[in-house]
Design a protein around this ligand. Sequence first.
Ligand SMILES: NC(=O)c1ccc[n+]([C@@H]2O[C@H](COP(=O)([O-])OP(=O)(O)OC[C@H]3O[C@@H](n4cnc5c(N)ncnc54)[C@H](O)[C@@H]3O)[C@@H](O)[C@H]2O)c1
Length: 253
Amino acid sequence: MSRFTDQTILLTGAASGIGRAATLKFAAQGAKLFVTDVVAEGLEETVKAASEAASASGARIESRVADISDESEANDSVAACIETYGGLDTLCNNAGVIGYADTHAMEFAAWRRILSINLDGTFLMTRAAIPHLLETKGAIVNIGSTAGLSGLAYGAAYSASKGAIHAFTRAIAVEYAGRGLRANSIAPASIDTGMTKPTTMPDNADFALLNRLASLHGTAGPERVADLILFLASEDALHISGEEIRIDGAALA
Ligand SMILES: NC(=O)c1ccc[n+]([C@@H]2O[C@H](COP(=O)([O-])OP(=O)(O)OC[C@H]3O[C@@H](n4cnc5c(N)ncnc54)[C@H](O)[C@@H]3O)[C@@H](O)[C@H]2O)c1
């Protein structure tokens, strides 16, 4: 019997990076997975890779193309997971986007897009999942960021959204503690995924400011964050709730 046998996991942002790495690890450990993303092709690749791991462990995997920031798509994702497996043990809100701009020149639409996906999407998925998680005394694992604990230059919208995710997670942990639901957040930095690849920066951006949140231990693979997601979802973390755990190679130590 594997660590997640009979455990149902709903995970967002599974088409790449940390979400894909976590999907593969849950699949290797027998979980019943329901994974979502907006990128159909990447999601299909994740499912294909996870199916190989699942055949040895007895895991199951279902996927759905869905936007977490769309209220009905978020509700439908949770409903489809419940219809498929009959319950839910862990929700992992991993999907997210980043964008850089001089704050004084940032378009309101760009600000709204980041807040709407990272924060509203996390809320919408969580709201739909809580009634089911209360039935199983389940867990929520939210992916925040060191940018939510310390300022990310040119990333004000991202920083604001991630800081709010950490605060939101603590509120959920306290509100539902008496009913057995746990909620924790993770604050990664310098994880080697699409999100940390070179991207458009404001003209004359000061890279010394940007790099102040960089890990002192170089970069790490998304598997390292996936390990922490699995730990927080597992029975090993039964007395941990309302915690935010940095996985940042000492960046903020
Ligand atoms: N890579 C890092 O160093 C780092 C550091 C701190 C936090 N994070 C966080 O980790 C999480 C995973 O990011 P990653 O590094 O694997 O990057 P990534 O870009 O590889 O993965 C993000 C995934 O979210 C999906 N997504 C985006 N918008 C969506 C939406 N509206 N609905 C559903 N899915 C959507 C993307 O398609 C993508 O597959 C994010 O929340 C990110 O903010 C990453």
